[in-house]
Design a protein around this ligand. Structure first.
Ligand code: ADP
Ligand code: MG
Length: 691
């Protein structure tokens, strides 16, 4: 039998395939252009396009598609479909005679690989596109290899308007990767470490959590279909007590799905690193081996797409929403992130030699600066309606953004601030005995893991734990790159201005150490302490999004060439729009399910008790309260202001959400007393346990 790994990357036009299919001079120029950012010469474009199109057809592809990431969120992201594409044929005909047609031998023109045009006005664009000037263009992200899946050649693309304004997730990420390169190389030069580096990369390894349930049950729930989460439903008596589900064997049918998806991802060059059962019943996780940030973001979007595709074939449905079921854990997408050089220097690895150790301390200072100075910006990247159910709910980090570099490191920061040397941090692993002779001692990392922190250190990377499961990773990682670049440029500036390396690091820590917190992020004391430190606690999406377009943020994005001021504004508009459309969709679905499902069921249930009123107990009162709460919700929803996006969003958050909760509580109470066969939708118990 062939080694299972033999299919690794077989359907990806990666370095190895390129080396096989392209003349070495072309390949060399292609790689150089990736470092310099220069365009690929037209002659080379032709050769490359020819090679890719031919290769794809040999792999059975009949279509190709420019695949890009519009600014989807809110209702748009409900199905976990974050990518967009139109499939075009890979076949062209040669019209040899009047009647006989045959496929052209030659491939499509090279422009078809490098550029595409589409209608930008039909995608969320924050006002950057209007229908009368709607052209928008896709252009190949040359740093992310095309691949073949589902008989289609996918070409990962950036998506910009006629005037080069970004209206997607990918473009700002790519720009932020350039910013990391510029600021990172500048910092290395200033502190005279690793100066042989030619370029810098940022890396991402995502951990995707999700629920899997029967497709038939999913389709019978209008709330899941329309909003991605259940708007009603009582917890079964067995739910999450004792964390029984965590690391249990994956149920057979789900295991089958995960195996299939793993094999598919392997072919397109994305080996999965981990798959396991999560804490909540019905919940699972998969994560790949980390890659450069853009490639990894691509593979996450593809993963979600392939999961949906393969689940449907097995009669299953995957839920990527942050909180599909109230009362049990929601889903996140931890973004494991690091930056490093082409020479293999990882800025977040404590380092085996002096230079590495110094770089590590310096890099943490830069990150502390970024997170402290642009705290709200980081918060905004995980602010959306789904994640509001999760952050701060004792299952995910709080909405307060802090940095956890480890307790030992926190003490070390104090010593640096007091004048100590940059080389005092001992990063060696610690030996711990197990207390029995059969199981050997363990080598514990120098720092414990803190799962209550939004930004904990994980040995060679930081893990941004607040990212929601339905999100495209591009925005959170883009902002990690941006704030890190800000920190690196700031520290480099101090050294370039004549300050010693040590003093610069000490000054940056002194001014930003209030963002370092190594305690329990779930505790009641932390928000109080955070307030004393001046750290924002933006605990709802509207509060967070209101800070996005601050002068400070616009300036940073402009300086780093990630967003123009106009693009920053547009992004805020999209964030508001996504929030509003998600909430409105939820309210309308609630009203409809109550009117057409719950109220008739209540009436039917009551009928049975005619003549035996005593048996009905307080059912009538419980059912009546549904209509009271429904009317209140409708009345409040009708009063929704339309003055501005921010007011609309704030109203939905502050005035509508509590009323949604009140209606839900009334309906869920009714579920507890209604004859079970009359409950009009699949119950939590059925959805969570019946695959
Ligand atoms: P956890 O212990 O947090 O559950 P997992 O093993 O599930 O971690 O996932 C860790 C993820 O971090 C994987 O995708 C892994 O490839 C990735 N990772 C490891 N090292 C780095 C790094 N230096 N930069 C970015 N991601 C990394
Ligand atoms: Mg993790």
């Amino acid at each position: 039998m062939a080694d299972a790994l033999s299919s690794l990357g077989k359907a990806m036009f990666d370095d190895a395939v390129m080396a096989q299919k392209l003349p070495s001079a072309v390949l060399q120029r292609f790689n150089e252009c990736l470092i310099t950012g220069d365009p690929t010469p037209e002659e080379d474009q032709k050769v490359i396009a020819d090679a890719i199109f031919t290769w794809a057809r040999e792999l059975g592809a009949i279509d190709f598609a420019h695949w890009f990431f519009p600014l989807r969120g809110g209702c748009g992201a409900v199905g976990g479909m974050l990518g967009a594409f139109k499939r075009d044929t890979l076949i062209d005909l040669e019209f040899g005679s009047k009647f006989v047609t045959k496929p052209m031998k030659a491939c499509l023109p090279h422009e078809r690989l490098f550029q595409g045009e589409t209608d930008g006005s039909s995608f969320p664009n924050g006002g950057l596109r209007v229908t009368h000037s709607a052209a928008a263009f896709t252009t190949w992200d040359r740093a992310s290899p095309p691949f073949v899946t589902d008989k289609c050649l996918y070409i990962p693309c950036a998506f910009v308007t006629h005037f080069g304004k970004c209206i997607d997730e990918k473009t700002p990420l790519l720009r932020s990767m350039d910013a990391v390169k510029t600021s990172g190389l500048r910092l290395l030069k200033a502190i005279n470490i690793g100066t042989d580096a030619k370029t810098m990369h940022s890396y991402l390894g995502w951990e995707q959590e999700f629920f899997v349930l029967s497709a038939a049950l999913y389709k019978a729930r209008p709330d899941l279909v329309n909003t991605g989460r259940t708007l009603f439903g009582k917890l079964p008596t067995r739910h999450q007590q004792g964390d029984l589900n965590y690391f249990q064997p994956i149920p057979g049918k789900v295991q089958e799905l995960l195996d299939i998806v793993q094999a598919e991802m392997l072919k397109v060059g994305c080996p999965m690193a981990v798959k396991h059962n999560e804490v909540a019943p019905g919940q699972h996780e998969m994560s790949p081996v980390f890659r450069t940030a853009n490639v990894s973001c691509d593979s996450n979007v593809l993963f979600m797409e392939v999961m949906n595709r393969e689940a449907a074939k097995l009669g299953l449905q995957v839920l990527f929403h942050e909180k599909p079921f109230a009362g049990i854990n929601g889903s996140g997408k931890h973004a494991n992130w690091s930056v490093g050089t082409d020479t293999g220097l990882n800025f977040f690895y404590p380092g085996k030699n002096e230079a590495g150790a110094k770089l590590y301390v310096t890099a943490i200072a830069c990150l502390a600066y970024g997170l402290a100075q642009y705290n709200e910006m980081v918060r905004c990247t995980v602010a959306h309606s789904g994640n509001d159910h999760r952050l701060g709910a004792q299952e995910a980090p709080p909405a307060i953004i802090s940095l956890y570099p480890g307790q030992g490191f926190e003490q070390f920061v104090e010593s640096i601030v007091k004048g100590g040397d940059l080389l005092g941090y001992k990063a060696e692993k610690k030996k711990q005995e197990t207390g029995c002779s059969a199981a050997m001692h363990i080598e514990a990392n120098v720092e414990d893991r803190n799962r209550t922190a939004p930004f904990p250190f994980c040995g060679n990377r930081f893990e941004f734990r607040a990212v929601g499961s339905s999100q495209n990773c591009c925005l959170p990682v883009m902002v990690c790159n941006a704030v890190m670049s800000a920190g690196m440029a700031h520290l480099a500036g101090l050294v370039e201005g004549g300050m010693s390396h040590r003093d610069a690091v000490a000054k940056v820590f002194q001014e930003n150490k209030h963002v370092i917190f190594t305690g329990n992020g779930y505790s009641a004391e932390w928000p109080v302490e955070a307030q004393k430190r001046g750290l924002p606690n933006l605990n709802t999406t509207p509060k967070a999004v209101a800070t996005w377009n601050s002068e400070k943020n616009k300036k940073l994005f402009e300086t780093l060439k990630i967003y123009t001021a106009e693009e920053t504004e547009a992004r805020q508009e999209v964030m508001y729009e996504n929030y509003i459309s998600a909430l409105c969709c939820e309210v309308e679905t609630m009203i409809q399910m109550t009117e057409t499902g719950f109220l008739p069921a209540c009436a039917k249930d009551l009928e049975k008790y005619k003549g035996v009123e005593k048996l009905a107990g307080n059912r009538k009162a419980i059912y009546d309260s549904i209509i009271d709460q429904l009317e209140k919700l409708k009345a409040a929803f009708e009063k929704k202001p339309h003055s501005s996006l921010s007011e609309e969003a704030t109203y939905l958050c502050d005035s509508i959400k509590p009323q949604m909760a009140a209606l839900r509580a009334a309906v869920d109470k009714a579920e507890g007393v209604m004859e079970s066969s009359l409950y009009p939708y699949p119950t939590y118990e059925q959805m969570i346990y019946h695959h």
